[in-house]
Design a protein around this ligand. Structure first.
Ligand code: 4AD
Ligand code: MG
Length: 431
């Protein structure tokens, strides 16, 4: 008997197939019984008629429990009332793996801490499956976007000697070499690669020992970091906009069922169109003050300020050219206002906050050395990075897209802990 996944059943109408998966609901009237199961591609109802199956099969139905792993065999019938549009007329039932009645997740309200403790099972719920599918589609869209534009994907190291960002570091002993740090960013390597290949992107895990317990911080998250030779800050924002529009269009095309499961208001995503506003930091501070924020020129913008700035905008918003002190050492000084740097934060609409940080890079050796010293960073660890400014320095720009924050925005999920299979947070290392 051919095996089929639930999503493939439209190709098997009128045929007998075997489907394997996990029980979600059971119901019986004594003469007729129903098994609803899930296999990761959809849900399927099977019908057993007592008079039409063997006594052993009917008895076996009686032993089933929620989450038992089973195989069902029978004819595929069209039934518009069923979730996937099909039903199975069961003739054979096999139990692959029984599941005791105390399955940790029951159809009742569990607190989120409990669900996170049971993340290995929580992943099976329809909402979590939908989020994971949207994430997967976003990842694929990103690869397709960059591949289509002739970017080379470069995999950068996770164990590093240099520090990329200002946030906390995880360190570990590294043989005779002293401390190694888990990469906070692949950017510095991306810059070196841009001079070798022109246009590159990285796609990998990044680590920040951040003691922040917010809805948008993880200690391990995935970042996509393109780096492009000869792009300036304006080109850089255009690339961010093109990429985000590509992602949103793709998810709307291919993830309708998932967005419905998530009860996402898709009109919000359909309203995302270019061009995205580009607001100067200095103007943003004035807007914020008028809205009652206590922000002062020179401060980085917090989550509340970011939410105020996107109010009334249907699309993401760029805030550009922040004060030097608020940003990392590698950002290029703004020739029009040397107190500031040529950078941008891209803020998602609906209050999801910063999803991208980007900048043109400082390509002047003296200036970047000066900034490195101001930030009291260990020069020897950066010798190779600085040398990129000595041998054939070049204008270049890039950015980092936080994958989980992007997934949270697209899915309409308030907290990013649901946007990665096994979240790592300050108080969570298990499962
Ligand atoms: O703004 P960040 O710190 O920028 C960089 O790391 C640059 N090196 C990127 C570059 O120019 N190549 O981080 C970029 C993005 C943020 O906008 C956010 O979406 C995400 O990474 N991010 C986090 N996501 C989850 N948890 C955290 N703790 C995050 N920190 C940053
Ligand atoms: Mg940032």
């Amino acid at each position: 008997m051919p095996f089929a996944r639930i999503s493939e059943l439209p190709n098997h109408v009128g045929q007998s197939v075997t489907v394997r998966g996990w029980v979600t609901h059971l119901r019986s009237s004594g003469k007729i019984a129903f098994i609803v199961m899930r296999d990761g591609t959809g849900v399927l109802q099977s019908v057993l008629v007592k008079s039409q199956v063997t006594p052993e099969t009917w008895e076996r139905f009686g032993t089933l429990t929620q989450e038992a792993c089973i195989a069902v065999t029978g004819e595929v019938k069209v039934d518009a009332r069923q979730p996937g549009g099909h039903e199975l007329g069961l003739t054979e039932l096999t139990v692959i793996g029984a599941s005791p009645l105390d399955y940790p997740i029951q159809p009742k309200e569990h607190g989120v801490d409990y669900l996170l403790d049971n993340r290995h099972f929580w992943l099976r719920s329809p909402r979590q499956v939908a989020i994971a599918r949207v994430r997967n589609e976003i990842e694929q869209a990103i690869h397709d976007f960059f591949y289509g534009r002739g970017f080379l994907r470069v995999d950068t190291p996770i164990l590093t000697a240099a520090i990329g960002e200002r946030s906390g570091l995880f360190s570990t002993e590294y043989f005779e070499e002293g401390n190694a740090y888990l990469a906070q960013t692949g950017q510095l390597y991306g810059e070196a690669a841009a001079a070798a290949f022109g246009k590159i992107y990285t796609f990998g895990p990044t680590f920040r020992a951040e003691k922040s317990k917010t809805r948008r911080h993880l200690t391990e998250f995935w970042m996509i970091e393109p780096e492009v030779a000869f792009n300036d800050s304006d080109d850089n924002m255009q690339l961010q906009e093109d990429m985000l529009l590509f992602i949103v269009t793709r998810v709307l095309e291919r993830c309708r069922a998932e967005l419905k499961e998530l009860e996402r208001d898709v009109t919000k995503l359909e309203g995302v169109k270019g061009p995205f506003p580009r607001i100067d930091y200095t103007d943003a501070v004035e807007i914020l003050k008028k809205k009652g924020s206590a922000v002062q020129w020179g401060d980085d913008l917090g989550a509340e300020d970011e939410a105020l700035l996107v109010e009334g905008h249907a699309t993401p918003v760029f805030i550009k050219n922040y004060p030097k002190e608020a940003k990392a050492f590698y950002m290029k000084e703004n020739p029009a206002d040397p107190r500031t740097v040529l950078c941008d934060d891209c803020l998602a609409p609906e209050g999801y906050g910063e999803i991208i940080g980007g900048s043109q890079r400082e390509d002047d050796l003296d200036k970047i050395l000066h900034r490195l010293r101001e930030e009291k960073l260990p020069e020897p660890a950066y010798d190779w990075y600085l040398a990129l400014r000595k041998y054939g320095t070049f204008p270049h720009a890039g950015f980092g897209l936080g994958l989980e924050r992007t997934v949270a925005w697209i899915c309409g999920t308030p907290h990013i802990r649901e946007c990665i299979a096994f979240p790592r947070m300050m108080h969570r290392l298990k499962p």
